[in-house]
Design a protein. Structure first.
Length: 230
């Protein structure tokens, strides 16, 4: 079985004055390539902290993370940046699109940063925007797009370099039910057709239901799940 992500024994503590917050406690997780996994749990249970640790934004106090069989915290900061850039995509609640750039320019930017020749980057960006249904909006700036369309641009930008895994923090948090339904269906299609792996942090039951597996978090830990046979 091939894993996009493997994590073992992750701990993340925050010290604030006298007290210590155990934001992530002994979390282990394996995500098969080409699957969609949801992490659910109440506000403050450690979901964003876990995502930050899994994505190399924030180093854990202990534990290991492997992305596509490469050790995320194994070597230098530069090496970690390389693994992140090559193997990971990100979708956050805020899209962080650059307002002065067109949809096409926003999506090609990560490819240019990675050193892809400009003409190839343009082609790949157009392909990714086509895949999210925005082939006719390439030259639009974010202000000229609807919220749902901006969201699709952010998704195209997250998958344009064909990452091993896309990490999503409340990706449909600001959207109405219809738009969020169409976004999750789009992620499902990218997963099924493009074999992209998704890890989605959400408090939305209807999003989680579209995933292959759901892990529940409480107080920094995964809660054991017991499935009952009917
Ligand atoms: N940078 C930080 N410094 C100190 N405490 C933090 C920091 N980030 C998060 N926390 C604390 O860690 C816990 C988990 O937070 P978070 O991961 O943001 O939860 P969630 O995303 O599930 O709402 C909370 O108690 C929060 O207050
Ligand atoms: Mg959060």
């Amino acid at each position: 079985m091939a894993f996009a992500l493997q994590a073992e024994g992750l701990w993340k503590l925050y010290e604030s004055g006298e007290s210590v917050i155990h934001a992530v406690q002994d979390v282990s997780l394996s995500i098969e390539q080409g699957s969609m996994v949801a992490i659910m749990g109440p506000s403050g249970c450690g979901k964003t902290t876990l995502l930050n640790v899994l994505s190399g934004i924030d180093e854990p106090n202990s534990g290991m993370v492997r992305i596509n069989d490469e050790n995320l915290y194994g070597s230098t900061d530069d090496e970690r940046t390389r693994v992140r850039g090559k193997h990971m995509g990100f979708i956050f609640q805020e899209f962080n699109l650059l307002p002065v750039m067109t949809a096409l320019e926003n999506v090609e930017l990560p490819l240019l940063i990675q050193g892809m020749p400009a003409s190839e980057a343009r082609q790949e960006a157009a392909k990714a925007l086509n895949a999210v249904g925005l082939g006719d909006r390439l030259e639009h700036r974010p202000a000229e797009l609807s919220g749902g369309q901006e969201h699709r641009v952010a998704i195209a930008r997250a998958v344009v370099h064909r990452p091993t895994i896309v990490l999503c923090d409340e990706p449909t948090g600001n959207l109405d039910a219809d738009t969020s339904g169409s976004i999750i269906r789009l992620l499902r299609t990218l997963c099924n057709v493009g074999n992209t792996t998704f890890l989605i942090v959400t408090h939305d039951e209807s999003i989680a239901k579209q995933c292959d597996a759901i892990r529940q978090m409480s107080d920094g830990r995964f809660i054991e799940e017991f499935t009952e046979e009917e």
